[in-house]
Ligand binder design. Structure first.
Ligand SMILES: [Zn+2]
Length: 361
């Protein structure tokens, strides 16, 4: 079975490479912002849309006269940025994402390269940038490289190598299928009644983040103190992101390896509930990322992911008799079924309903 995977390494660039990394990120950001402004203008003045190929051609023309500094970086950086923009617009037109935003320096520092990319034990070789040292050895690396995405997080740079690799077809997973409900009080609730919490250290850091960003916003703009606290904040973000990723990886791997089928809700987070605080919470919990992990890991490990449709009444349905409540407030944690009299824990009931959906799917 041929699958796509990614390997991520922290880069240890020398001074010259660091300058070049920043230039590449700047150029990719510039191309994105230029492309976005151009698309807006085309729509306003000519009522037409465009695509990555046309935009790249135009940018190449401008490079000769206006943007000659772009010659310093690999031509892939702007080209891939325009491709990303193309995809962002497709997602927007198909209602899957909001209208693309302009990218800010310091927040969106990343770029993608294709072409000659090689992996050595302690180095990764990238077009234009040469051999850059990596922090960890690349011993486990395997597969055919498709592209390299370089990104900055706080004061560190990372490369993520997308590869195509052949893995053996998995044997079917033995065990019981499971339904999983999005928890609001818990990260997730399983149809077995098990409630899964995000790690305590992650919760603690999220609290720290709140405090730190409040303090940060009170610092004077442009001051040294503000710069210092911005770096501190960015480091904490990175820590939280890594902690969350680690937790989600462990959980999704365990599920995909031990459950033959996993049923979840269609997490159209955007349309889910118009409550900002709640949507914030869902975003924090990393459900989108968790779903993506389940999508590919179930394929890798021989399990199956089933997504119940958006309007499946998982919370309002009684898992004992099938009665569907006309309404259920978000604040209601337990309810008693008016038809069969069984008392339901909101989250566990929803998870069991998702599992029962498997029989109807
Ligand atoms: Zn009932």
């Amino acid at each position: 079975m041929l699958v796509n995977k990614a390997y991520r390494y922290e880069l240890k660039p020398n001074k010259m490479q660091l300058v070049l990394l920043k230039k590449h990120a700047g150029c990719a950001r510039f191309a994105w912002n230029w492309g976005l402004a151009e698309r807006k203008r085309l729509w306003e003045e000519e009522r037409r849309t465009t695509n990555a190929i046309e935009q790249h051609r135009k940018l190449n023309e401008l490079k000769k006269t206006d943007f000659f500094w772009m010659y310093e970086v690999s031509k892939c950086a702007p080209q891939e940025a325009l491709r990303d923009l193309d995809r962002a617009f497709k997602n927007f037109f198909q209602g899957r994402a909001s209208y693309p935003h302009f990218k800010k320096k310091g927040i969106h520092d990343s770029f993608r390269l294709t072409g000659t990319i090689k992996v050595f034990l302690r180095h990764v070789q990238l077009p234009r940038l040469g051999k850059i040292k990596v922090k960890e050895e690349t011993r486990k690396f395997k597969g055919r490289i498709l592209s390299a995405t370089v990104s900055r997080e706080a004061d560190r740079w990372y490369v993520s190598l997308a590869v195509e690799v052949e893995i053996p077809d998995p044997a079917p997973v033995e065990g019981e299928p499971i339904g999983i409900d999005v928890g609001l009080n818990h990260f997730a609730v399983l149809s077995t009644g098990e409630k899964i919490e995000a790690p305590k250290s992650l919760k603690k850091n999220l609290k720290r983040l709140k405090k730190l960003s409040r303090r940060h916003s009170r610092k004077q703009k442009g001051s040294n103190n503000r710069k210092k606290s911005a770096l501190k904040l960015a480091r904490l973000y990175r820590k939280i992101r890594n902690q969350r990723k680690d937790f989600l990886h462990k959980l999704s791997t365990w599920l995909a390896k031990t459950k033959p089928a996993i049923v979840i809700e269609d997490l159209a987070v955007k349309n889910m509930i118009k409550n900002r605080r709640l949507s914030r919470h869902i975003a924090d919990a990393g459900w989108g990322e968790f779903k993506r992990m389940l999508e590919y890991k179930t394929i890798w490990y021989g399990s199956k992911l089933v997504v119940a449709p958006r309007f499946y009444p998982s919370s309002r349905r009684c898992s004992n008799c099938g009665y569907v409540l006309p309404e259920l407030k978000l604040s209601t944690r337990r309810w008693t079924c008016p038809k069969c009299g069984v008392c339901q824990d909101r989250d566990v009931n929803a998870a069991i309903n998702l599992l029962q959906y498997l029989n109807t799917a």
